[in-house]
Ligand binder design. Structure first.
Ligand SMILES: CC(C)(COP(=O)(O)OP(=O)(O)OC[C@H]1O[C@@H](n2cnc3c(N)ncnc32)[C@H](O)[C@@H]1OP(=O)(O)O)[C@@H](O)C(=O)NCCC(=O)NCCS
Length: 186
């Protein structure tokens, strides 16, 4: 396995990346990228030169997973968006490889903070289906993962829950915000 910048990827690799988005988000975020054209448009956006877009390839050069990041706050903060690993290659450390590599890429560009916004549209955590304006901090502190929501993936990589956008996807369907310091800066 090796990591490349998808900005230098082939047309085939870019299409593979788009297919991973459709397949990877279908079950829990069905509105994200319902078909290949919407996913291809997303990948094209991720390839813009000011962004970071990296992919893990297998020996044959096929994309097993990929990650993107968008500069915010004059490049001091980067939004991780998106990350996906092929369904048959999960839980083998590829997601970790992608995030670790992204952290290094962000550091090289002078970034201090990496953050991710991870929707819960599907009752995957205890933050869904409730009024988050009631006992917000208590709820954040005692979050439960009910159906394999990826917030725990981020936590294992050192991210902390830093907040939530209530009702981001309709009542009781929040967006969970996680962040990690990647450098101290000047
Ligand atoms: C989330 C995702 C990128 C993780 O990729 P991966 O290659 O399976 O991750 P890793 O194998 O590096 O896992 C690292 C750790 O996180 C854990 N983990 C991974 N996904 C998890 C999940 N959904 N829920 C809880 N824990 C998870 C792993 O068990 C592993 O723990 P360990 O170190 O104790 O063994 C992958 O599951 C995926 O593509 N999911 C669909 C798309 C998605 O959810 N993207 C993120 C949306 S914000």
């Amino acid at each position: 396995m090796r990591i490349i910048s998808l900005q230098h990827g082939t047309k085939e690799q870019i299409e593979q990346a788009a297919r991973l988005l459709v397949g990877g988000f279908r079950e829990n975020w069905p509105k994200a990228w319902p078909d290949l054209p919407t996913a291809l448009a997303e990948v094209e956006e991720c390839l813009s030169p000011e962004r970071i877009c990296r992919a893990v390839l297998d020996e044959q050069g096929r994309v097993l997973g990929w990650i993107g990041a968008i500069p915010q706050y004059k490049g001091r903060v980067w939004e991780l968006h998106p990350v996906v690993v092929d369904g048959s290659h999960r839980r083998r450390g590829i997601g970790t490889m992608l995030v670790r590599d992204l952290e290094e890429q962000v550091r090289r560009r002078g970034g201090l903070t990496l953050y991710a916004a991870s929707d819960d549209e599907n009752g995957m955590t205890s933050l869904a289906g409730v009024d988050l304006y009631d006992r917000l901090f208590d709820r954040l502190q005692n979050i439960q993962n009910l159906k394999g929501h990826p917030y725990e993936f981020y936590q294992k990589l050192g991210f902390q829950i830093i907040g939530v956008i209530p009702d981001a996807n309709g009542f009781g369907k929040p967006d969970i915000l996680l962040a990690k310091r990647v450098a101290l800066g000047q």
